[in-house]
Design a protein around this ligand. Structure first.
Ligand SMILES: O=P(O)(O)OP(=O)(O)OP(=O)(O)OC[C@H]1O[C@@H](n2cnc3c(O)ncnc32)[C@H](O)[C@@H]1O
Length: 176
């Protein structure tokens, strides 16, 4: 599906995100960390999406020889309508300098105690996940998804689906 000549610029050096792009496309991205412009721990859907879009645009500006800029951002959101529950989700924004699409990975409930702790400020999910899984750099590895599911779903798996969703409109003739 993805032409081997396509050059993808990814706005981070995060290993889970890089692996997700490789899994979705079969291509090795040019990794270049750029600012997301949002807080280190996004706590709303809008902020998370904005962070992904800003990274996608920033990385294509930084790597103009690339065909696409991809911004991947993880964030939390609280559902105050149906379930009164915090959720973790992962977004990919894809930008070719003209068109912008986003793909969202799985919404995953996280313990409300963790959501509430993050809402109070001064902490990031990766630190809490590191502590609970006795590791460091969980955000580069299986992540919170791996912790909660005992490795059945990983951060890379979730971002892979988001990347596929965001890039598909550029690849399929059905969108033109
Ligand atoms: O290196 P970059 O690309 O900045 O990636 P990141 O993991 O640090 O940052 P994100 O902006 O994607 O995520 C925002 C915060 O939420 C954390 N986070 C999100 N999803 C996570 C997961 O599945 N496991 C652990 N931490 C996660 C993450 O580490 C950050 O502290």
């Amino acid at each position: 599906m993805f032409d081997k000549t396509i050059r993808i610029a990814l706005g981070t050096n995060n290993q889970a995100k890089r692996a997700a792009v490789v899994a979705a496309t079969g291509l090795e991205p040019i990794c270049h960390a750029v600012p997301s412009g949002v807080s280190d721990q996004p706590l709303t859907e809008d902020e998370t999406i904005l962070g992904a879009i800003t990274r996608a645009k920033n990385v294509l500006a930084a790597e103009p020889a690339a065909d696409f800029g991809l911004g991947l951002e993880g964030g939390l959101t609280y559902d105050s309508t149906h379930t009164m529950q915090w959720y973790l989700f992962s977004v990919c924004a894809a930008w070719d300098g003209n068109q912008l699409y986003i793909g969202k990975g799985l919404y995953f409930p996280i313990p409300n105690s963790i959501g509430e702790k993050l809402e109070q400020g001064g902490n990031e999910l990766r630190h809490i996940v590191d502590e609970l899984s006795s590791t460091v750099g969980s955000n580069h590895k299986e992540g919170a998804y791996g912790l909660f599911t005992d490795g059945r779903i990983t951060r890379s798996d979730v971002f892979r689906d988001a990347v596929l969703a965001a890039l598909t409109p550029f690849q399929s003739k059905l969108y033109t």
